[in-house]
Write a protein that binds this ligand. Structure first.
Ligand SMILES: *Cc1c(COP(=O)(O)O)cnc(C)c1O
Length: 406
């Protein structure tokens, strides 16, 4: 099937109340009704296009949701106050006490902590497996399993999930495949490949300006409505609703997502190739040496590239820290968590975003101390950035004459 969601997103037109080129922002928490009967029906969820209260839905959130649904090619999408707000709502909506989840062992630290520590309180068990090993995934599924969960491209090791194969496995067991596509918007159309529910942290590439946190759930209209149900919807009842002002600003930023993703990918590919030629240990799905290269290639929408994330392993935490500090000092990027900004961001996942994962488990999955994750920025002259980064590595004896001295 030809991927056309980016085009669908471009087709979406909204105008403001006075003919503005951007939709009007809904600046209200509550809405008036002309008749009491309509208010009752809206409460019962029986009226389309009526607004009740902004925790339930608002015009601005609906516009952003429609744009996200168009991008992912799903029937609908809901927006949330953060990626974790979206993830926790989906899991709590689908699982009851006593249920079980099969998930990847390399996932975002917050998701890992939520599944491993928080869900325990509700007697929901989780099996963490190597998601690239389909037999392992299959072997963990029991009659109590309520979903297979994974990241399309995983944090921080950039493992690539075979969505088609996982979707077939989930279907065989009659359970949904829930994926987090935060690392690869546009590059991989997860719903087209068979994912039932696609989650995004909008905080990252989709918003792209590192000025807010937000999240989204893309799926069937039925599932999205169930999350908003006034009596039983996890989204509605946990209250992790996105503010309308933010929804409006994220929608505007989404208008340039296709350009940004192409540039992030182009720059990351350049750095990855140069670093690899220098003899560094590089993890980037665009490189033939990467374990997930062929799976990514098979699933990707070629024009958007292999994404903006890469990792290098400089051998030790001390070297990683020294390199990051020096690169920041030379204005090559910022030592900060998160991703998808115009500026390159780097962090050592073992001590930051994945620190929730116990050390021995980190080792087992290949999350080494010297690993640095780069979210490559929108630099206009990436080769100059590369040369400046290389100079830092040489100064710190990480790189010399093409040999890694770690
Ligand atoms: C950041 C991130 C999240 C969490 O999103 P927030 O907006 O910070 O709540 C979830 N998954 C992935 C892959 C992320 O990078």
């Amino acid at each position: 099937m030809k991927y056309k969601s980016a085009a669908q997103l471009q087709e979406l037109q909204y105008f403001g109340e006075f003919g503005g080129v951007n939709p009007s922002i809904s600046d209200s928490s509550t809405y008036t009704f002309l008749s009491a009967k309509t208010m009752f029906d809206t409460f019962e969820g029986n009226t389309e296009g009526c607004y009740l209260y902004s925790r339930h839905s608002s015009p601005s959130n609906l516009y952003l949701g429609e744009a996200l649904a168009a991008m992912e090619g799903t029937e609908a999408a809901n927006v949330y106050a953060s990626g974790m707000g979206a993830i926790s709502a989906v899991i709590m909506q689908l699982c009851n006490a006593g249920d079980h989840i099969v998930t990847s062992r390399t996932i975002y630290g917050g998701t890992y902590a939520f599944m491993k520590n928080f869900l325990k309180k509700y007697d929901i068990a989780t099996s963490f497996v190597d998601i690239t090993n389909l037999e392992k995934v299959a072997s963990q599924i029991t009659p109590k399993t309520k979903m297979i969960y994974c990241e399309v491209v995983s944090n921080p090791l950039l493992e690539v999930a075979d969505i088609k194969a996982m979707s077939a496995l989930a279907k065989k067991h009659g359970i949904p495949l829930v994926v987090d596509n935060t690392f690869s918007p546009l590059s991989i159309g997860a719903a087209h490949l068979g994912a039932d529910i696609v989650i995004h942290s909008l905080t990252k590439f989709i918003n792209g300006t590192s000025d807010c946190v937000a999240g989204a759930v893309c799926g069937t209209s039925e599932f999205c409505l169930s999350l908003k149900d006034v009596n039983e919807g996890a989204g509605m009842l946990f209250g992790s609703t996105l503010d309308s002002l933010r929804a409006a600003s994220i929608l505007k930023n989404m208008r340039t997502l296709h350009i940004r993703i192409k540039k992030h990918s182009e720059n990351a590919m350049h750095l990855a190739q140069c670093f690899e030629n220098d003899g560094l240990k590089v993890g980037y799905p665009g490189l033939k040496s990467h374990k997930g290269h062929s799976v990514f290639k098979e699933q990707m929408n070629t024009e958007y590239g292999f994404g903006g994330l890469l990792t290098i392993d400089v051998g030790s935490l001390e070297k990683a820290n020294a390199l990051m500090e020096m690169m920041q000092h030379k204005n090559l990027g910022y030592l900060a968590v998160s991703l998808g900004f115009y500026k390159t961001l780097f962090s050592a996942p073992g001590t930051s975003t994945s620190s929730e994962i116990p050390e021995e488990e980190q080792q087992e999955m290949g999350l080494t101390d010297g690993l640095i994750r780069f979210s490559v920025g929108l630099d206009n002259d990436i080769h100059k950035t590369y040369l400046d980064m290389k100079a830092c590595m040489q100064e710190l004896d990480i790189l010399e004459g093409g040999v890694i001295l770690t």
